[in-house]
Design a protein around this ligand. Structure first.
Ligand code: AMP
Length: 318
């Protein structure tokens, strides 16, 4: 890893124009990594033009603001964070860039960069960046520390998920020792939710369907979202709440997204591997945490059937 870190910085030094992006529908890890890397590079290389591009996520605007490109730039490097495949890169065309670096913790999907730094044992992309900054002795400001810490706690659900490792704790300990980060202040902006969403959470939990083999699911259409005054991204904010429920092996929330004319699926598993099924339904992700994009309600039934099948296999093998 450390030689890849050095190689990445050697390339960064060569380019005066650098654009940093991440996946569509950004979560705190993707956004935190993007803004932390932008700010650290701006601090270290004051003469370079460094931009963080992509659609903003209003829910996480406390992490910082994204940039806009005024003119097309020539001789530009692109750094893509937290994104294993081209189709999920937000807001840029790879052809416009002279050199591309990928830094990601998702399982490998496709190669698209000149340097591919993939560590699918890392809890988050923020963890990989933290490791890189520490290994290269790069100064980490309190504000960058806050972004990195937010990404790590968000992707691990406060050190709960499987990819949380001794290394995660070691790196976070170093971060806390080296910076003045008050980590207790990070949680409120990240976890405070509108009361409408809590009521909606009540609805979801009341109305879950559980299949015989342990798939819990709910289908949420536009009318229901309107009735509760929440948007189609809201169900995704509560999917992890069902991790410790007896009899639930896999759980999935389907939410209609009228604007994009699709149905989003948030899928989680407590055992069977789900990302290969998700990728067959226009999605992907991690072994136990995936997402998909479906085009009809009929497809949601097909996905439920497939998930139910792997639950049965999983139970039989146990
Ligand atoms: P989510 O349910 O949106 O929190 O996503 C869980 C994981 O699946 C994250 O690692 C996402 O990056 C990934 N994921 C979500 N939606 C998609 C998609 N449409 N295609 C590929 N990966 C996805």
């Amino acid at each position: 890893m450390s030689s890849l870190f050095k190689q990445i910085f050697k390339q960064i030094k060569k380019y005066n124009n650098i654009v940093i992006v991440r996946h569509t529908g950004p979560d705190p890890d993707a956004l935190g990594a993007q803004l932390a890397l932008r700010d650290i590079l701006r601090d270290k290389f004051r003469r370079k033009n460094i931009y963080a591009l992509g659609n903003p996520a209003s829910r996480f605007k406390h992490l910082g603001t994204l940039d806009k490109l005024e003119d097309n730039m020539s001789n530009t490097m692109l750094i893509v964070l937290d994104t294993p495949d081209i189709k999920r890169i937000d807001g840029v065309n790879l052809k416009d860039y002279d050199y591309i670096i990928k830094i990601d913790h998702h399982p490998f999907v496709e190669a698209y960069a000149d340097i591919e730094l993939i560590d699918d044992t890392a809890s988050s992309t923020c963890q990989i960046l933290l490791e890189m900054f520490l290994s290269l002795n790069i100064h980490i400001s309190t504000s960058v520390a806050e972004k990195l810490y937010t990404g790590i706690i968000s992707d691990t659900d406060r050190f709960l998920h499987d990819y949380t490792s001794v290394k995660t704790f070691e790196l976070v300990t170093k971060l806390l020792k080296l910076t003045k980060l008050d980590f207790t202040k990070v949680y409120a902006p990240l976890y405070t939710r509108p009361i409408e969403e809590i009521k909606f959470q009540g609805y979801i939990f009341q109305n879950l369907t559980l299949t015989e083999n342990g798939v819990a699911y709910i289908k949420i259409d536009e009318d229901l979202l309107k009735e509760y005054g929440v948007d189609s991204a809201s169900p995704g904010n509560m999917i992890n709440e069902l991790k410790f429920v007896k009899d639930i092996v896999i759980w999935v929330f389907f939410s209609e997204d009228i604007k994009s004319n699709l149905i989003r699926a948030n899928i989680r598993s407590n055992g069977p591997i789900i990302n290969d099924i998700a990728s067959r339904f226009g999605g992907g992700g991690h072994k136990y945490a995936s997402g998909a994009r479906l085009t009809s309600w009929q497809q949601t039934d097909n996905l439920i059937l497939e998930l139910d099948k792997i639950c049965l296999e999983y139970k039989s093998n146990k």
